[in-house]
Design a protein around this ligand. Structure first.
Ligand code: GRG
Length: 287
């Protein structure tokens, strides 16, 4: 499995590199250089791998979905550039290197994020050998995942806090929008490319939703325990941005991750059978 993942990552990065503005001449094209810097930085490539592995499990050729997988990663990369800006999370490090706005300036980072989004949609629209009707559906699906029923809404709620009597339910909904939306898009794209029957498509969606929750929980749990360790104090509530682990505590958050995993896994096993590559990969993403 690890060797196969490494091979898919190489293919993805090579294709991404060929789609992005050319290397070199950074002084003449700082926005292009920032797009390349942000998108090719060493991330885990989770979302495109979910798509490619699902296609393999569904009996399709992952090569047919390579450009869609790149489109998905380009959308994710664009969202990270925006998320890191001073008016949002104000992050200085991402994927082990200075964030794009630190390296290139805020103006260039914003333009690079817009450039990445444009490139993502162009790439999905031109994803040969998929037929035109499938490509059009893929573009619409990606656009929905970005918009006000996806990442953009999730980010707004994350920044401003949703007013809701049940705070944990509101945070779970935010997590679904800002993280689950792209996981769900990855598996919906696989279902479109492989033209699966509705029962299988629904199983994949149910799995993506649970995995999105589990992934965001473990991301927040990792951040919380890391920052507590850095500060040399007990793990406690992050007042600036409440997260589920901060509200529930470490042990309940771990239980929650397990619960989402178990639920998602049983849905996926029903849809694909118990030994899917998708389930093997997804398991590696969680503690
Ligand atoms: C411009 C597309 C676009 C969106 C604007 C800023 C924003 C709205 C959305 C961002 C939402 C966000 C930051 C969600 C967090 C998702 C998340 C868990 C990121 C970390 O994902 P990993 O661990 O990162 O897969 P790598 O670096 O490995 O790819």
């Amino acid at each position: 499995m690890q060797a196969h993942l490494a091979q898919l990552r190489v293919q993805l990065d090579a294709r991404l590199a060929s789609l992005l503005p050319g290397a070199g001449a950074a002084a003449e094209d700082p926005v292009g250089a920032a797009m390349r810097y942000g998108a090719l930085a060493p991330g885990k490539r989770v979302r495109p791998l979910l798509l490619l592995l699902a296609c393999e499990d569904l009996g399709g050729a992952s090569a047919d979905a390579l450009d869609l997988a790149c489109a998905l990663e380009l959308v994710h990369a664009a969202s990270l550039l925006v998320d890191d800006l001073p008016c949002m999370d104000n992050a200085t490090l991402r994927r082990g290197q200075p964030t794009v706005h630190v390296r290139f300036g805020q103006d260039v980072a914003i333009l690079a994020a817009i450039g990445l989004l444009g490139l993502a949609f162009r790439t999905a629209a031109a994803a040969v050998p998929l037929p035109p009707d499938v490509r059009a559906s893929c573009v619409a699906l990606l656009a929905d995942a970005v918009g006000t029923s996806g990442l953009v809404q999730g980010q707004y709620r994350d920044l401003h806090g949703a007013r809701h009597p049940d705070c944990t339910a509101a945070i779970a909904q935010t997590n679904h929008l800002k993280t689950g939306a792209l996981f769900a898009a990855a598996l919906a794209l696989a279902a479109l490319v492989c033209r699966v029957e509705p029962r299988v498509g629904q199983g994949l969606q149910a799995f993506a939703v649970e995995l999105g929750q589990a992934f965001q929980l473990s991301d927040d749990l990792g951040d919380m325990t890391a920052s507590a360790a850095e500060l040399g104090k007990d793990v406690g509530r992050d007042a600036a941005r409440p997260t589920l682990p901060a509200l529930l505590g470490v042990s309940a958050a771990q239980d929650c991750i397990r619960m989402h995993w178990d639920r998602g896994r049983s849905q996926l096993d029903d849809a694909l059978g118990p030994a899917s590559r998708l389930v093997q990969f997804a398991r590696l993403l969680l503690p």
